[in-house]
Write a protein that binds this ligand. Structure first.
Ligand code: PDD
Length: 282
């Protein structure tokens, strides 16, 4: 069975899900997206993702005629159509198709929406054993809080990680660690979790929110403060988090062991808490 794509309100076959050559997403990366996880047929943190989706649209003045309810209906319909039990739904909106000009088109040009699903299980082996990461200079723009389609900085960082046999690139602006190519980053030192504050330099991750909630519930200090690359390298434990990788331990950084090279106890507590949140969500 093929996977259907939701294109401007219609289910179409993948090979027929084509967009105009002058769509602004294609020409300028002028659009926004979300990626939402599905566990056992249930969305995880759907509300938060769509709140962020609407915020991203609003920050870019994309006039989106949608509410959390209407977006939920669309996502649910697509997941049902494609029979997704475990996986995710990707949804994006561009400013629309118009003759190429940097400035916004007129109000007659309508945003274009596209969504697809993927089926896959949790990354259990990596969650158990941890991953390798490398550090790389953060060369992205100054509005990383917007989940924009314009991901070239992230793409180059991720490709740098791949080149050095790592699963994630941890980005830094000068000495300050910001976030991963597609994840948030945490350094754990002496029982305290440190992570970059939610400003314009990072995406306010939904998984980060869940981790913060778990830390608060378990009385683990959670400090939203900047820290340096050196501090990260001296940390007892390092984690990256995202919708797809959950609470992912980093056991090697730039080829050197993090802490004692094993997945640490606070990481395990957070992972356990995260599994509970998944179970509570359905
Ligand atoms: N990426 N920071 C960046 C730059 C990201 O791309 C992501 C997620 C995150 C974590 O956000 P969340 O916990 O809400 O997934 C942080 C998604 C998974 C993606 O690009 O597919």
């Amino acid at each position: 069975m093929t996977n259907k794509v939701l294109l401007n309100g219609r289910f179409v076959e993948e090979q027929e899900a084509l967009v105009p050559y002058n769509d602004r997403g294609y020409n300028f990366g002028d659009g926004i997206y979300e990626y939402i996880r599905i566990y056992d047929g249930h969305f995880f943190t759907l509300q938060e993702h769509f709140e962020r989706f609407l915020r991203s649209a609003s920050e870019l003045n994309i006039d989106l005629d949608e509410t959390i309810e209407s977006l939920t209906e669309k996502a649910e319909a697509l997941v049902k159509e494609n029979n997704v039990e475990n996986g995710g739904v990707y949804m994006q909106v561009t400013r629309g198709a118009a003759p190429r000009d940097h400035a916004f088109p007129g109000p007659d040009v309508k945003p274009q929406m596209m969504a697809f699903t993927r089926s896959y299980g949790r990354p259990l082996e990596a969650l158990e054993n941890g991953i390798n990461a490398v550090t790389v200079e953060d060369i992205r723009w100054l509005r990383c809080d917007i989940k924009s389609l314009n991901l070239l900085g992230n793409v180059l960082s991720k490709e740098y990680a791949v080149k050095y046999n790592a699963s994630e690139a941890i980005q830094h602006r000068g000495e300050t660690v910001t976030e991963g190519a597609s994840s948030n980053v945490y350094a754990i030192k002496d029982g305290v979790i440190y992570t970059h504050p939610t400003d314009n330099f990072i995406l306010n991750g939904i998984t980060r929110k869940v981790i913060k909630r778990i830390a608060n519930e378990q009385n683990i200090p959670f400090k939203e403060e900047t820290f340096t690359v050196d501090f990260l390298k001296q940390a007892d434990e390092v984690i990256v988090s995202s919708t797809s990788v959950e609470v992912m331990p980093v056991i090697k950084l730039d080829g050197e062991a993090v802490g004692n090279g094993q997945v640490g106890p606070i990481t395990r507590l957070l992972q356990k808490g995260f599994e509970q949140k998944i179970n509570e969500s359905h």
